[in-house]
Design a protein around this ligand. Structure first.
Ligand SMILES: Cc1ncc(COP(=O)(O)O)c(C=O)c1O
Length: 454
């Protein structure tokens, strides 16, 4: 029988050809570092509901769901209707429009920290704007972030994002910018206090799920602890809810965990899967962006522009998505699908004695191969123990992670960074098919000797 890799070359031959063609036109052949996979990435022709079809015609259960942005699946009829309705009315008015006002009202209504909102073009722009607002509002330069937490690709976001976390340089980013960013391990409140006491931190930014959508889970008391310490030392707290927003609960992780930050960064679901993002927060903080008739206040205005901010198409899709997410049944449904997948994967890994585990919370799941944890279970798992944060963070990009992703493509499943996010269109049948696919793949990897000696 052909190996997983041989079969992939055979069944995804058109993707391989497209990849060769792409590399001659697009630098690196891909348009997002996160889509790097060996031996080559799959190319998609179309998508609908919970499924995508590759250019070879393979039907795939999609656990990427628009990098997490499509909580209602592909081509949700309500979101599509909102956009179709908008197109003939214009896609850019170079002026304010009612849709952007309704969009902000919808966000402010359900996100606990949102008193005022400003729109951006992406999640990266949202974290950049939030950091600038924090610096402008406090008059301080320092940003404190946590190891492995992802806040997009802007200059201040990349330090300590990938292992080795202690690396202090990022090629292409001036070291002068990076010296304004402090990076600490998460879950260490004493270290955080020691750093905040120095008084130069404008804001602490974090994924409230733990780094990379709960790859590196937080201990239970950490979120409240960070809230208390930032208040005590007069630093602002920014929750980056680009993934968790509207997914962990209608009001995001801040609602789910009952901890309210000063500012929240959003993208993905907030824009209904269209390019767009938002920063919301306390009115007194957000107001540094507003124009003022008072010359002294105006002199301290924080600038913010952006051709595509709140463009009417994103506003139409985003408003509909946010309004639909107000029903907690949406998140409960997606959470349940993900919990079944996490538990099902672990049951299979235990039964076949494979060195690996699946974990996560809310509507996401991660899978790691090549290590054994001390709290392995045949059921659902939120906080794996006995492995390092570096191991957890890297799991999707390892040789074994990539191979399992390739193997799953052969079985009709498209994972995301070796894990996935669920949507309201995934069914119990999709779960059952995904578990069957997973069992086939890990058995094949075992037969191919991938776990030898582990
Ligand atoms: C938590 C988090 N913040 C920021 C971003 C960056 O968003 P974008 O890709 O829209 O720039 C992402 C993207 O995945 C994210 O997961």
């Amino acid at each position: 029988m052909a190996s997983i890799n041989e079969q992939y070359f055979d069944q995804y031959a058109a993707s391989n050809e497209m990849w060769e063609r792409s590399r001659k036109a697009i630098v690196g052949g891909i348009t997002h570092d996160g889509r790097h996979i060996k031996p080559f990435p799959p190319y998609m022709a179309k998508a609908d509901g919970a499924y995508k079809w590759s250019i070879e015609g393979h039907k795939l259960i999609d656990f990427c769901v628009g990098h997490g942005s499509l909580i209602f699946g592909h081509n949700d009829p309500d979101l599509t209707a909102a956009m179709v309705n908008q197109v003939p009315r214009g896609t850019h008015h170079s002026a304010g429009h009612e849709a952007e006002v309704r969009w902000a009202e919808a966000i402010n209504k359900i996100v606990p920290s949102a008193e005022l909102t400003r729109f951006t073009g992406s999640g990266t722009e949202s974290t950049l704007l939030a950091m600038r607002i924090a610096r402008g509002a406090t008059g301080k330069n320092g940003i404190l972030k946590f190891e492995g937490h992802f806040h997009g690709w802007q200059d201040y976001a990349l330090k300590g994002e990938k292992p080795p976390f202690e690396k202090t340089t990022v090629n292409g980013v001036p070291s002068e910018s990076l010296t304004t960013v402090a990076v600490l391990p998460s879950n260490e409140l004493a270290m955080l206090e020691e750093r905040l006491v120095q008084g130069d931190i404008a804001a602490v930014i974090m994924e409230p799920s733990g780094g990379s959508w709960t790859s590196i889970p937080l201990i239970e008391e950490f979120l409240q602890g960070v809230r208390d310490l930032t208040t005590k030392y007069d630093a602002l707290l920014i929750f980056d809810e680009v993934i968790t927003g509207f997914r962990w609960a209608p009001g995001g992780a801040q609602e789910r965990f009952g901890v309210t930050p000063d500012m929240t960064t959003m993208a993905k679901i907030v824009a209904g899967g269209m390019p767009g993002g938002a920063v919301s927060g306390r009115a007194d903080v957000m107001n540094v962006v507003a124009f003022s008739d008072d010359p002294a206040v105006q002199a301290k205005k924080v600038p913010h522009m952006g051709t595509y901010n709140a463009n009417p198409l994103a506003a139409a899709a985003g408003t509909k998505a946010v309004e639909k997410c107000a029903d907690p049944a949406v998140q409960a449904y997606c959470d349940n699908i993900a919990a079944q997948i996490r538990a099902g994967f672990n049951e299979i890994l235990v039964r076949h004695d494979i060195p690996g585990f699946a974990w996560g919370e809310s509507s996401v799941f991660h899978i790691a191969f090549g290590s054994r944890i001390t709290n392995m279970t045949s059921g659902d798992l939120t906080r794996p123990q006995g492995v390092t944060p570096e191991f957890l963070k890297s799991s999707g990009g390892t040789k074994l992670g990539m191979k399992s992703e390739i193997g799953m493509l052969l079985e009709g499943v498209h994972l995301f960074h070796g894990g996935g996010l669920t949507c309201t269109r995934h069914t119990d049948e999709d779960v059952a098919n995904t578990l069957t696919a997973f069992e086939t793949v890990v058995k094949r990897m075992n037969d191919e000797g991938d776990f030898a000696g582990m």
